[in-house]
Write a protein that binds this ligand. Structure first.
Ligand SMILES: [Zn+2]
Length: 380
């Protein structure tokens, strides 16, 4: 039999065992939900729950977790939210928010996966006063006054409410910071607030996630023990997606010997090689590498127009008319610069036969962009 690689994170903030942690309570929430944690989830809970001895507050205000698809992210964040809303550790009733890439995605996830988990749980169900599924106003109200709310991603969604915890699910979809900007103000004055971001790798357009990965890796290296706690499981550099043995090195929920007895009845791996294999057969190689190798798909980066449609949408929410156009082109140029093209910048801009025309230098060449009823761009 071939020796399988041990599953270890590629980057992870060092656990400080001398610190108190509420991780055990998060782990207990997983058990109460009937989803006992796999070792990687335990590690994440113990790290994310660390308490700073000096302040008595959570040591990490932000927890960023990036793992391949189907590894148990959902159970992990719901357990964090369950702990927040039920543990006597938190003095007053807590407010927790869940957001996904869209309000509909958030709703689907809770209706299909999470509400049923909560309803089935003999331990958590009695603590809940009400689960409300009304469209656009979904929430879980606990008897102690704590509340989990599903928020839409528009800018106003988090405003004027106090938040003790927010979950940003699948942030690789985000091409701008609107989602976080909507939530952060409500957490500003909350000393023990925590922000949880969970996601699989994205593309070159995943501006938010790519920045968080960069910041997270830096935080791991700096090892200050506060700020951002970061955990990343992903395929090694130069990975060959056909090498199935390699999967065991970075998919922490993948069972090496199904049917799973790895956890001695205490926990179970949740994915088998057959599942991953059939996913690989049905997906484009770059998409498979992104979803299951957790490697960003930057294949289109070199040739894709810097005039990004997602950025256009966000520019248009800030301003109208020619000003929106100006915001758009300057943001496109800024994004190019961040991706380390040799030079980038906006050039000429003018009104030509009913549409705005702009030129910009990016990715080693000149591009022409336009927008009239829709934005576009080509290399010239
Ligand atoms: Zn197993």
């Amino acid at each position: 039999m071939r020796l399988l690689p041990p599953c270890t994170p590629k980057f992870a903030t060092r656990r400080r065992p001398e610190r108190e942690t509420f991780g055990l309570e998060v782990i207990a929430a997983g058990v109460a939900l009937g989803q006992p944690f796999m070792p990687w989830q335990r590690d994440a809970a113990m790290l994310g729950g660390e308490i700073d001895q000096e302040t008595g507050l959570p040591a990490y205000r932000e927890l960023v977790i990036t793992v391949p698809r189907q590894q148990g992210k959902t159970v992990l964040h719901v357990s964090f939210q369950g702990q927040r809303c039920t543990s006597p550790r938190w003095a007053q009733p807590q407010r927790s928010a869940f957001t996904a890439q869209s309000g509909k995605d958030a709703r689907d996830k809770w209706l299909d996966e999470i509400f049923p988990l909560l309803r089935r749980s003999k331990k958590i169900r009695p603590l809940i006063r009400r689960i409300y599924e009304g469209m656009g106003n979904e929430y879980v109200a606990f008897r102690n006054g704590s509340l989990i709310r599903l928020l839409s991603t528009s800018t106003s969604s988090g405003h004027s409410k106090t938040l003790h915890q927010a979950v940003l699910d699948e942030i690789w979809h985000d091409a701008d910071w609107r989602r976080e900007q909507g939530l952060r103000p409500a957490m500003l004055t909350v000393a023990d607030a925590q922000l949880l971001s969970c996601s699989t790798a994205g593309t070159a357009a995943s501006v938010v996630l790519n920045r968080k990965v960069e910041a997270g890796r830096k935080a791991v290296a700096a090892d200050t023990g506060r700020g951002i706690a970061y955990i990343e499981y992903s395929a090694p550099d130069g990975w060959d997606p056909d090498d199935e043995g390699s999967y065991f090195g970075f998919m922490p929920a993948l069972c090496p010997a199904p049917p799973c007895r790895c956890g001695d009845g205490k926990w179970r791996h949740t994915v088998t090689l057959d599942v991953i294999r059939s996913e690989r057969a049905s997906m484009e190689p770059a998409e498979f590498a992104r979803a299951y190798g957790n490697v960003p798909d930057k294949s289109g980066e070199g040739n894709r127009s810097p005039f990004d449609v997602a950025l256009w949408r966000s520019a248009r929410t800030r301003s109208r008319g020619w000003l929106a156009g100006w915001h758009w082109v300057s943001r496109c140029a800024r994004t190019c610069r961040r991706r380390r093209s040799r030079s980038a910048g906006a050039g000429w801009m003018g009104w030509v036969t009913g549409s705005w025309l702009i030129t910009a230098r990016a990715r080693g060449g000149w591009w022409a962009g336009w927008w009239s009823w829709r934005p576009g761009g080509i290399r010239v």
